[in-house]
Design a protein around this ligand. Structure first.
Ligand code: ADP
Ligand code: MG
Length: 452
C-alpha cells in the first residue's frame, strides 16, 4: 500500500502555545482572525493521528459555519485518507479515530448530547453558545480510556456566551467546584496571525476602521467594550460611587423583579435635588414568595420605604394557590406598587437617568448612580446587549443578566418624589422677628378674647 502524506502546514507561535496546552479547558483567541479555526483543525488532526481510536467533536453555532470553517477544509486536508460520512457528519480515520461535526443553535439542540462520550471537544466561536449549553456539552467530555479529556474553546468578546467565558478565562473568578489549574487563556490577535498579515496586509485596516467599541473588542481583544452594548453611556468612573450617606429625610424606594429562577431587588434613595442612589441589591435564585419577602424585610433593616415597584405580571394568579404573587408579598409585609413594564419606554427612562450630565463644578456626573457594593447591577448593566430582532429593546439573553436590569427599569419608569427640603436654620435677626411676631399674635389674641 502506497504512503499517503498529509500536509498540515506550520503553526504560528500563539498557535503553538495553544497546541501545547494540556489543561482541561484551553481558551484561545479572544479577538478576530487570530488563527483560531485554523488551530482547531490542526489540533483535531494531530490528535486523530496521534491517538488511534480517539473520539473528537467540533461544535459551532450553525451548520453553514461548521461546513465552511471545518468540514470542507478538513475533508480537503485529509482527502484519500480519512472518509467523511455525511449521514452522521463524521470524518473517520483508518486508525479508528473520528471527528464529529455538530452544531448547537437552540436550547433543544443540547438534548442530542445526552449520554454521549467525547474525549476532546472543540467549541469554535464559543461566545455564541449559552452557558447552559456549555454545561450540557461539558458533561459529555469523558470516557473510560487513557486518552486525554479536554475542551478547547475559541472566542471573541461579545455574544450570549461572553459572561461565562470572561468569568472563567479572563476574570478567573471560580466557583468552589472549579479548579483554577484546569483553565488557561491564550490570547491571539490578528497581529499574531503572520500568515494573514502577509497574505492580506490591508485586512487589519478593516478592523482598525470599525466603530470604537467593536474595534476595541475585535482588533485588540478588549472584553469590556464590545459590539451591541445596550447602555453604552454607562461608565463605572461616573456611575459607580464608593458609598452614599443617606440622610433621614431622603425618600427610599425599592423595585423588584421576581421569579423563582431569580429574585432581583434594588433599593434606591432620592435626595431633595432629585439625585438618585441605588444603595443595596438582592439577587438570589430559588426564593419562594414568603422567603423573598422575609429577605427583603431583613435587608431593609427597619428603613422607611415609600414604595416598592413591581411589574404587572406579579398581579397574575399563581397556579398552585390561585392568589396573586403581589398578594403573597403584601401578606408577608412587602406591599407592592404596580409599574409600567413596557420595555422600550422603560429603557428610555433608564437612559434618561444615567445620561452623563455636567455637575455643579463642571464635572461629568449622572442623576442616578450606584453604590459599588451593588456588584450584580453594575456588572449586568454593562453586559446587556441590543436585541437582534426588536429595535431599541435590550436582548433577553443571556437571561441571567436581565433580572436586575429589569428591576432598575421598573424603578426608573415609575414616578418617584424627591425628598422635601429641610427647613433652613434661621439667622439671629430672623429668630428675633419670629419671637416678636409670636408675641404680637399672642397679645392680639388676648385682646380678641377679652373683646368677646
Ligand atoms: N498557521 C497558519 N498558516 C497559514 N495560514 C493560516 C495559519 N493560521 C491562520 N491562517 C489563515 O489566516 C486566516 C484567518 O485564520 P482563522 O483561523 O480563520 O482565524 P479566526 O478563526 O481566528 O477568525 C485564514 O485564512 C487561515 O487559513
Ligand atoms: Mg474562525
Amino acid at each position: 500500500m502506497g504512503e499517503i502524506k498529509i500536509t498540515l502546514g506550520s503553526p504560528q507561535p500563539k498557535q503553538v502555545e495553544f497546541l501545547e496546552a494540556t489543561q482541561r479547558y484551553v481558551c484561545f483567541g479572544g479577538a478576530r482572525s487570530g488563527g483560531k479555526s485554523w488551530a482547531v483543525r490542526f489540533k483535531a488532526l494531530l490528535m486523530a493521528l496521534s491517538y488511534p481510536g480517539i473520539k473528537q467533536m467540533i461544535i459551532r453555532r450553525s451548520y453553514v459555519e461548521l461546513t465552511e470553517n471545518h468540514i470542507n477544509p478538513l475533508r480537503l486536508e485529509t482527502v484519500g485518507y480519512a472518509v467523511y460520512k455525511d449521514k452522521d457528519k463524521s470524518l473517520c480515520f483508518p486508525n479508528g479515530s473520528r471527528i464529529k461535526f455538530s452544531y448547537c443553535s437552540n436550547d433543544g439542540d443540547t438534548l442530542q448530547y445526552n449520554g454521549q462520550e467525547w474525549d476532546i471537544i472543540y467549541l469554535d466561536e464559543a461566545q455564541q453558545l449559552k452557558e447552559e449549553w456549555f454545561n450540557a456539552i461539558k458533561a459529555t467530555n469523558r470516557g473510560v480510556n487513557s486518552f486525554p479529556h479536554r475542551i478547547y474553546i475559541t472566542c471573541n468578546p461579545g455574544g450570549v456566551g461572553m459572561l461565562w467565558i470572561r468569568r472563567l478565562f479572563i476574570e478567573r473568578d471560580f466557583n468552589p467546584e472549579e479548579n483554577p489549574d484546569d483553565y488557561v487563556f491564550i490570547q491571539s490577535l490578528v497581529t499574531d496571525n503572520f500568515a494573514l498579515m502577509e497574505a492580506d496586509p490591508d485586512y487589519i485596516k478593516k478592523l482598525e476602521s470599525l466603530p470604537p467599541a467593536q474595534r476595541a473588542a475585535w482588533r485588540y481583544g478588549d472584553w469590556y467594550s464590545y459590539e451591541g452594548r445596550f447602555f453604552s453611556e454607562f461608565r463605572p468612573s461616573i456611575h459607580v460611587i464608593p458609598h452614599v450617606d443617606i440622610l433621614p429625610h431622603w425618600r427610599r424606594y425599592r423595585a423588584i423583579d421576581y421569579g423563582l429562577d431569580m429574585c432581583a431587588v434594588i433599593w434606591v434613595a432620592v435626595d431633595e435635588l432629585g439625585h438618585e442612589y441605588v444603595y443595596k441589591e438582592l439577587h438570589e435564585p430559588n426564593l419562594t414568595i414568603s422567603d423573598a419577602a422575609k429577605k427583603i424585610i431583613e435587608m431593609t433593616n427597619g428603613e422607611h420605604i415609600d414604595m416598592t415597584f413591581a411589574p404587572p405580571d406579579l398581579w397574575s394568579r399563581t397556579k398552585d394557590t390561585g392568589r396573586y404573587i403581589a398578594e403573597g408579598f403584601a401578606s408577608n409585609g412587602v406591599p407592592l406598587t404596580k409599574c409600567n413594564a413596557e420595555r422600550v419606554g422603560g429603557w428610555l427612562s433608564v437612559k434618561e437617568k444615567i445620561k452623563v450630565i455636567e455637575g455643579v463644578g463642571g464635572e461629568e456626573t449622572a442623576r442616578l448612580r450606584i453604590v459599588e457594593g451593588c456588584t450584580t447591577l453594575i456588572k449586568h448593566i454593562q453586559l446587556l446587549e441590543f436585541s437582534e430582532t426588536r429595535p431599541n429593546d435590550a436582548s433577553t439573553e443571556p437571561h441571567i443578566i436581565t433580572h436586575i436590569c429589569d428591576a432598575l427599569r421598573y424603578y426608573c419608569v415609575s414616578r418617584q418624589r424627591e425628598a422635601n427640603p429641610l427647613p433652613k436654620p434661621m439667622t439671629e435677626s430672623e429668630t428675633l422677628s419670629q419671637i416678636k411676631r409670636k408675641a404680637i399674635a399672642a397679645s392680639s389674641g388676648k385682646n380678641r378674647r377679652r373683646r368677646f
